[in-house]
Design a protein around this ligand. Structure first.
Ligand SMILES: Cc1ncc(COP(=O)(O)O)c(C=O)c1O
Length: 469
């Protein structure tokens, strides 16, 4: 990230002309909040390209889009069915909008997938939750996740719509899916979602913070007022001076996807397959893993790498070493590396990655007996806690924004406190504790162990956290 590779994916004219695109609302430009001219035309082209009934440009990422969708389509105080494995932005939206969560129940203690740490929501889980809570307003899901794993949105949208609910999707990591329908999983909209957000800046050549918010044509048919509510919500959650430079890059990203996306995707996917073949048997690389017959869907552009040899150090350390060699890893958890190549990533970059991984392997200190088992055990505890439905002592909104006193205390001394803000290993940014949850001993031990193994903790500042006193 960002998907424009320091501007290398852009033509020279865009690279050098960027400052000229940074304008405000003028007669010759348009108004991004009330577009009637070129901005409207650009958003209409995007709607056509992504198969939406209506599209808005987001200039503060999917974060702003998630707040907007939940405010515009769900509204205050209503119930939403969702997994606890959503991005931080969702818990903030819940707190601000006083949304009542119905947590989807994952099977307990499933071993982590070698190439995707986060659990995937199944249609059965959604059907069971709807049966118990038929009055909910919507089902909110993330697909694909950080590891590129996707839910079976087609089957899920069928169940959701039969019950008369809305299906809202955080497709932050999937804006490139529309580039090559045969090569990538079906988009959320093509699978029947009513609305979705996409962080174009993650996988398309758009400026950081650039994203799309799409409403399905079918939703606009059923609820013609939905577009107006979305525009009103966007005025709340997006700056009153949305950046035209970001908007222009979103227009460029759409045009790029339409004209070059398929061809570039083919080339890059071939490079990834080649990488997987040549790194075997030392490393397992993601494309090998998806099995559509078993109902598994995976983004083939997302590279997840895991060593097959006993580990001598956490993947975070290997990531730091690769970064010293000029290869920026998007995410490293305890045992996996996750990389986001751009659609036009040149093949020599894959060669550099291959060589760096080989050097990393050769330089790796000998594994201590039991070290891999220790990391796997830690990972299992992390996953076990992530799939447990949160039990909030205080409502997230009250803990985050209420009047009660809070204090910063050392993380190490926080056992049995109630946290006042989300604490999330980042990336992937999935809160291990939501505001209002109790810091019990297993969660505290896990956070300390993750920190000691090089995982960054969002919500922990100088080793301290904010708790309710
Ligand atoms: C699944 C998911 N949703 C939403 C977001 C927020 O996206 P943005 O950075 O575009 O605001 C992220 C960011 O990493 C994410 O991983």
């Amino acid at each position: 990230m960002p998907g424009h590779r320091s501007g290398l994916s852009w033509p020279e004219s865009v690279r050098t002309g960027l400052a000229g695109l940074d304008t405000t609302e003028l007669a010759s430009t348009d108004d991004l909040h009330q577009p009637t001219g070129p901005a409207l035309a650009a958003m209409e082209l995007a709607a056509q390209c992504f198969g939406a009934g209506k599209t808005w440009f987001l200039t503060n990422g999917s974060t702003g889009g998630i707040l907007t969708i939940l405010a515009g389509l769900v509204g205050r105080g209503r119930t939403v069915i969702l997994p606890r494995t959503c991005h931080l932005a969702v818990s903030h939206a819940m707190a601000l909008l006083d949304i009542q969560p119905v947590w989807l129940e994952f099977p307990q203690s499933v071993p982590p997938d070698p190439l995707g740490f986060l659990p995937v929501v199944s249609v059965t889980m959604v059907a069971e939750a709807i049966q118990l809570h038929p009055d909910s307003a919507a089902v909110f899901l993330t697909s694909p996740d950080y590891y590129g794993r996707c839910a079976d949105l087609t089957a899920i949208s069928h169940v959701v719509h039969q019950a008369g609910l809305l299906l809202l999707v955080d497709e932050a990591h999937g804006s490139h899916f529309a580039a090559a329908p045969g090569l990538f999983p079906k988009t959320a909209l093509a699978s029947g979602a009513d609305a979705c957000v996409q962080s174009a800046h993650k996988t398309l050549p758009a400026l950081t913070q650039g994203g799309y918010l799409h409403l399905a044509e079918s939703l606009l048919g059923r609820e013609p007022l939905a577009a107006g509510r979305m525009t009103a919500a966007l005025k709340i959650f997006q700056t009153s001076s949305p950046s035209f430079a970001i908007a222009a890059s979103l227009d460029f990203a759409r045009a790029y996807l339409e004209t070059e996306g398929q061809e570039q995707a083919q080339k890059t996917l071939a490079s990834i397959e080649d990488l997987a073949t040549t790194l075997w048997p030392d490393y397992l690389v993601s494309p090998a893993a998806a099995n559509p017959v078993r109902g598994e869907f995976r983004d083939p552009l997302r590279i997840v790498i895991r060593s097959r040899n006993p580990l001598a150090r956490p993947a975070t350390e290997l990531a730091r070493e690769l970064s010293r060699q000029g290869i920026d890893i998007e995410l490293s958890d305890l045992t996996r590396l996750v990389l986001i190549p751009s659609l036009d990533q040149p093949s020599h970059d894959f060669e550099r990655l291959r060589q760096a991984l080989r050097i990393g392997l050769a330089d790796s200190p000998g594994a201590q007996p039991g070290y891999t088992t220790m990391l796997q055990h830690l990972e299992q505890s992390w996953l076990d806690l992530l799939v447990q439905a949160p039990e909030c002592v205080l409502a997230p909104g009250d803990a985050l924004l209420g009047q009660q006193e809070t204090a910063w205390i050392p993380l190490a001394d926080s056992a049995n406190t109630v946290v006042a803000q989300s604490i999330a290993p980042y990336p992937p940014g999935i809160p291990l504790l939501l505001p209002g949850e109790r810091m019990d001993r297993p969660r505290l031990d896990l956070l300390l162990a993750l920190r000691n193994n090089g995982i960054n903790l969002s919500g922990v500042d100088h080793d301290s956290i904010r708790v309710v006193v």
